[in-house]
Design a binder for this molecule. Structure first.
Ligand code: 6GU
Length: 242
């Protein structure tokens, strides 16, 4: 997968050299390039923002540097990337969207700061590439940079060969519309607290049932919205008893 990121703070992306994302980059699974938006300014002050038309607080990113950046990284006539614009006004990011993005060959992230990017940039881009404005949740960040780190981590771990244990993609939280059951490791007793006996029983049927119950109880308590969204046929009679 090829990923371009445009930001006025390229230093934010230093952590992408670390850990499993760093390894995916080193192996060539992830080809990632971070670009400084100011490379596409032409004035001595390398201006990227201005006051909003219609008034109001804060500043808006001017369209000219963004237009040049998108022309350079998504040349007209070439195979267009999918443009992702992190903004609290976007569609909610989710594991389903992470899977969708993991199947793309080229992603281009445009990180806005201040009150956002002049809307004409996104409208113009949409005439020649798919554009998705995406939000991490109902809170406001200074800019899109941290959101891109989050999205890239969620997407990269879905790329073939990035996770050592592919099975861990299967029963993790959000894989089946439920939160994951609690997990335990050695020692069996720690500070007077014991690992639930069923997990040490060796009875795989009982363990699977216990985990399913714990997942249901947790999801009811923490994410009633996820329970409401479950397909009724995904619950069996033993689930209903929980
Ligand atoms: Cl994606 N960007 C910004 N700036 N703020 C956010 C967000 C994104 N998601 C939630 N808040």
């Amino acid at each position: 997968m090829h990923v371009d990121v445009v930001s006025i703070f390229p230093e934010y992306f230093a952590p992408l050299d670390l850990s499993l994302i760093g390894r995916a980059r080193a192996s060539g699974t992830l080809r990632l390039a971070v670009h400084d938006l100011r490379a596409w300014t032409h004035d001595v002050h390398r201006t990227v923002d201005d006051t909003p038309y219609g008034g109001g607080p804060g500043m808006v990113m001017r369209p000219e540097p963004w237009g040049e950046a998108l022309d350079a990284l998504a040349p007209p006539g070439g195979t267009p990337p999918r443009l992702l614009v992190p903004t609290p006004a976007g569609v909610p990011f989710s594991q389903a969207l992470a899977h969708e993005l993991a199947s793309e060959s080229h992603l281009l992230f445009a990180c806005g700061r201040y009150e956002g990017i002049d809307q004409r940039v996104l409208d113009h881009a949409a005439s020649r590439m798919p554009v998705t404005e995406v939000s991490l949740g109902d809170y406001v960040l200074f800019g899109g940079e941290v959101a891109v780190l989050v999205i890239l981590e969620a997407v990269t771990r879905l790329l073939p060969g990035v996770l050592g244990n592919v099975g861990s993609l299967d029963d993790e939280s959000h894989a089946h519309g439920l939160l994951e059951a609690p997990m335990y490791t050695k020692p069996a007793a720690w500070r007077d607290r014991e690992v639930p006996a069923v997990l040490r029983s060796g009875d795989h049927g009982k363990i699977a049932r216990w985990r399913r119950n714990e997942a249901l109880v947790r999801t009811v308590a923490r994410r009633p919205d996820m329970i409401a969204a479950l397909a009724p046929e995904s619950l069996d009679p033993r689930d209903r008893a929980v």
